[in-house]
Design a protein around this ligand. Structure first.
Ligand code: SF4
Length: 456
């Protein structure tokens, strides 16, 4: 590759404001904006944003009103785990066809709801709108209202048709549906020392690990939004005394609304990595102003750290000096990953997100070293280019990023919805380090001849 081409020169002109190199450009990175047309953004669509937030609700029927392709996008590729029913693993679709696009799909949707109620006897149905529904203008709210009257169950429309924005708009649509689900006019008696845990989707059992930590320090988890959640449990959310938010990108809006409606304050936290997990537990105990809880937190941190220290030092020795590239959904995860890589002796040389906010990028900029490329809403060509230019040994991302790394002969770690082992808490930190070690230090990379997309 021509080394003289700067980071910006190979990217599309309109993308310049979304890419910065720490220490080289003084301008504020542009983010939280629509994707540039024609850039083949790595961002997922509005419907996908809504679906990833709501799908872990285990006893709900998730009905996608749209062409069959939209339903297949998320069919059983998520690792969110259930301690009870597996109903949520089914992906139902109205399978809209040409005739429905011409004459409207409302009747078909009403029939699909009736069939599903008869077959599964669920108390809760989410009906997702997709791109084509936004185009033809089906009134899914009216269909859902009528179905609720017919069946005496909750049928909640999710306004996630494609043209209302990007994945962030899908998060917001999902949060609006959750607010309508937990809405109550009754007087609420608050449960002391209880929290709602927002933005953990129990992909590989993380929510269970955090429930255990919190139980050990005397905090009850009322409900998790939405990992391993059920309809009845979600309805108890307004009684919690605190909301803690892991994935702020998807859940900050819900937390702000719940503060206004139910007077529940919130804390932004992170259970990714040893450092952030310890800080989070201390912050929760500090919030409750309970000296006994603070003592329990210190005991837990001591016990859990002791279990993982030796293994982590082993990985640190092997990984010291290696370079990582990070491209993930939200800002909170990117921030925690930068710290987590430091814990195992690695430097992050490229970092980007699909839906990061300006304050996320300010924090990222403060954490990374000079020369690190920071980019928002990237496309495959940019990710490949910067991985090569920055000499990354590893890419952390999701299913869409995996092939980009492998075809460049770069190691890869999945930190998204398809992974199979938990990455939260102390146990998660060691799982993460083990996976980074096994992929970065795999002998397979020695057998691969590096080829860039530019043929060099
Ligand atoms: S909702 Fe639109 S962008 Fe999303 S999968 Fe369906 S057609 Fe594609």
């Amino acid at each position: 590759m021509n080394a003289e081409l700067s980071a910006i020169e190979l990217s599309i002109k309109e993308r310049e404001d979304f890419i910065a190199t720490k220490g080289k450009q003084k301008k504020q990175l542009r983010c939280d904006a629509e994707s540039i047309a024609g850039c083949v953004s790595q961002r997922a669509c509005v419907f996908c944003g809504a679906r990833v937030v709501l799908n872990p609700i285990t006893d709900a029927i998730h009905l996608i009103h749209g062409p069959i392709g939209c339903a297949s996008y998320t069919w059983d590729i998520r690792g969110s785990l259930s301690s009870g029913t597996e109903l949520y693993r089914n992906s139902f679709s109205t399978d809209l066809k040409e005739q429905d696009v011409i004459f409207g799909g409302e009747k078909k949707l009403a029939r699909a709801i009736d069939e599903l109620v008869a077959a599964y006897h669920a108390k809760l149905i989410f009906v997702y709108s997709t791109c084509i529904v936004g185009v033809i203008g089906d009134d899914i709210e009216a269909v859902c209202r009528a179905a609720m009257v017919r069946h005496h169950i909750k049928v909640i429309p999710v306004q996630s048709s494609g043209f209302i924005g990007n994945k962030s708009a899908g998060y917001r649509a999902a949060c609006d549906s959750l607010l309508s689900l937990i809405h109550t006019e009754k007087k609420i008696s608050k449960k002391p020392k209880s929290v709602n845990y927002l933005g953990d989707f129990n992909l590989a059992g993380e929510a269970w690990i955090i429930r255990d930590y919190l139980a050990r320090i005397g905090v009850t988890v009322s409900t998790v939004f939405t990992g391993d959640a059920s309809y009845e449990e979600l309805k108890t959310a307004p009684a919690a005394s605190l909301n803690i938010i892991q994935c702020a990108g998807s859940m900050a809006y819900l937390a702000k609304q719940m503060e206004e409606l139910y007077h529940i304050p919130y804390l932004r936290i992170s259970f990714l990595g040893i450092e952030d997990t310890a800080v989070t537990l201390r912050n929760i105990a500090e919030y409750f102003e309970d000296p006994e809880m603070q003592q329990k937190v210190e005991i837990l941190i001591e016990e859990e750290s002791r279990k993982v220290t030796d293994e982590l030092s082993f990985y640190r020795k092997k990984l010291e000096g290696k370079k990582a590239a990070v491209y993930v959904g939200g800002g909170f995860k990117a921030i925690s990953l930068i710290k987590q890589f430091r814990e195992i002796g690695m430097e992050v040389v490229m970092v980007g997100t699909q839906t990061g906010q300006p304050d996320d990028y300010d924090t990222i900029n403060g954490l990374v070293t000079e020369g690190t490329v920071v980019l928002d809403d990237a496309n495959p060509a940019e990710l490949e280019k910067f991985m090569i230019e920055q000499g990354a040994n590893l890419l952390v991302g999701g299913v869409k990023e995996r092939p980009l790394a492998y075809k460049l002969g770069v190691a890869f770690v999945d930190h998204n919805h398809e992974r199979k082992h938990p990455l939260s808490g102390f146990v998660g930190a060691v799982n993460f380090a083990r996976e980074v070690y096994s992929t970065v230090c795999s002998p397979v990379w020695r057998s691969i001849q590096m080829k860039t997309p530019w043929g060099e």
